[in-house]
Design a protein around this ligand. Structure first.
Ligand code: BGP
Length: 485
């Protein structure tokens, strides 16, 4: 497409930044808060980087006023944060905790007084530990009622003053990390259980959306999905097929349910054959169909490149006797292994030779951002809110007060330019929340992987003075917001 000039961002465009409760709040056992699964998991030996955890984090719980003041100095139009369920209902489904409600009331009022729109995430990975212990967390259908109770409490309390709400943050990420790779709580390695829990979370998502529409008729709600566009490694139709498969497994498996209320047929068929598909009842189908998000939240960091999986097992005659059923790559894996790794015959993830990477090996792909926004919008025709995008880097504090993070400015600048191209292409965009406003705890990488516009003076081992120091990118983003371009 050729344009004489790029379309301007609308005057109401929500330039924002994002965070999540566990990564910033600290005060993990204050204000009558109950423990969440992250409070417990982060203390298991060897699970997080150098044993880092969110006990103190960046102490936002006590310093939110200072943080909001900085947001206002920057001119932020929106701030996305999550509510810790275990502050509102410490044991998950019992009494509502007035102190928890008050904390977020004060934060929201402070934001509104500074003309910053709050965007609330209901669930950023921290189910109360009590529900994990009592019900088995997201593996039990009865957790849906508990989630509904929590949602009702916060919709009733804040629905009159907050327009934008996110249901679940990156369901694709926390189910895979939590139930398949045991690198997040609840520390499980079982693909069948992952698909089962994921289905229950879909039902909870639909329940929350329907409840919201009843209780907050003027509000807007949708899930935030961790999206990566899929590319074939070559024009070999087998690689194209592999990229399609990856798109189905990695993206459509969630997005189709959120936006259309149905699971993609091909993946479902594959999982059924392997005996690992979730149990979906007729009532479930009705519920999923009934819940329509008002917008889609998209977290974009990078996509993925795929090729046909050239399974390394030899394809000699008689191989099936040792557990291989055929020489077709789709059938030739040992059966139990295939049930644990259902994607293996479908695609293989490879490096993209055209892209550079961050210090943590994440591909840097601004054009992929435009591709992502266009593909999603074209397919689902829902307004999109970019709920996360940013660069994790090891920033250096110079002379005790300067952080020259030009690399972050370059990253954001190129991504925002591609977003503006997507806008010009016709994508309906509500806002852009950079990840993150301040530095914060990276779930598995501690405090040295920094994303913020504001440096926090602490490291992995020491809390230090937790001083807030605006980085160079802070002033750059402030100017961009002022110009609205
Ligand atoms: C997203 C999460 C965020 C944040 C971000 C950066 O997946 O929603 O909570 O952590 O990724 O990830 P990391 O801290 O692992 O670099």
């Amino acid at each position: 497409m050729y344009y004489k000039s790029l379309k301007k961002f609308p005057s109401h465009f929500l330039w924002g930044a994002a965070s999540a409760a566990y990564q910033i709040e600290g005060a993990w056992n204050e204000g009558n808060k109950g423990p969440s699964i992250w409070d417990t998991f982060s203390k298991l030996p060897g699970k997080t980087y150098h044993g880092t955890n969110g006990d103190v984090a960046i102490d936002h719980y006590h310093r939110y006023h200072e943080d909001v003041k900085l947001m206002s100095e920057m001119g932020l139009k929106a701030y996305r944060f999550s509510i810790a369920w275990s502050r509102i209902i410490p044991d998950g489904d019992g009494d509502i905790n007035p102190e928890g409600l008050k904390f977020y009331d004060d934060l929201i009022d402070d934001l509104l007084n500074h003309h910053i729109q709050p965007i609330i995430t209901l669930y950023h990975w921290d189910i109360p530990q009590a529900l994990q212990d009592k019900l088995g967390g997201w593996e039990s259908r009865s957790v849906i009622d508990a989630f509904k109770k929590y949602c009702k409490a916060v919709f009733t309390q804040y629905g009159g003053k907050v327009t934008y709400w996110v249901t679940f943050n990156e369901q694709n990420v926390f189910t895979a990390m939590g139930y398949r790779w045991a690198s997040h709580p609840p520390n499980i390695t079982d693909v069948k259980r992952m698909y089962a829990a994921n289905h229950i979370i879909n039902l909870a998502n639909a329940t929350a959306i329907n409840l919201f529409h009843d209780l907050v008729p003027n509000g807007k709600i949708g899930p935030s999905f961790g999206y990566g566009p899929t590319y074939p490694m070559t024009a070999d139709p087998n690689d194209v097929l592999a990229a399609d498969n990856a798109d189905d497994f990695n993206n459509n498996w969630w997005l189709d349910v959120y936006c259309r209320g149905t699971y993609p047929a091909l993946v479902m068929n594959h999982l059924k054959q392997l005996g690992i598909a979730p149990d979906v009842t007729e009532d479930d189908q009705k519920l999923l169909k009934s819940a329509k998000p008002d917008f889609l939240g998209i977290n974009y960091y990078h996509g993925g490149t795929f090729q046909q999986n050239k399974i390394e097992h030899p394809t000699k005659e008689g191989e099936h006797k040792k557990g291989f059923s055929n020489t077709d790559p789709y059938l030739m894996q040992p059966k139990d292994e295939q049930a644990q790794q259902p994607e293996t015959p479908m695609f293989q993830n490879v490096q993209n030779p055209y892209l550079s990477k961050t210090e943590w090996g994440w591909e840097i792909d601004p054009v992929g951002f435009r591709i992502a926004l266009r593909r999603i919008y074209e397919k689902y025709q829902l307004p999109i809110m970019v709920t996360e995008n940013g660069l994790g880097a090891k920033d250096k504090l110079e002379n005790g007060k300067v952080i020259n993070d030009q690399y972050r400015i370059d990253y954001l600048q190129t991504h925002i330019t591609e977003m503006q191209r997507a806008l010009t292409d016709g994508v309906d965009l509500l806002g852009y929340c950079a990840w993150s406003f301040t530095d914060l705890l990276s779930w598995l990488n501690g405090y040295k992987k920094r994303y913020g516009f504001v440096y926090i003076n602490r490291d992995d081992d020491n809390q230090l003075d937790l001083a807030r120091i605006p980085k160079r990118s802070f002033y750059w983003y402030r100017d961009l917001i002022q110009r609205n371009s």
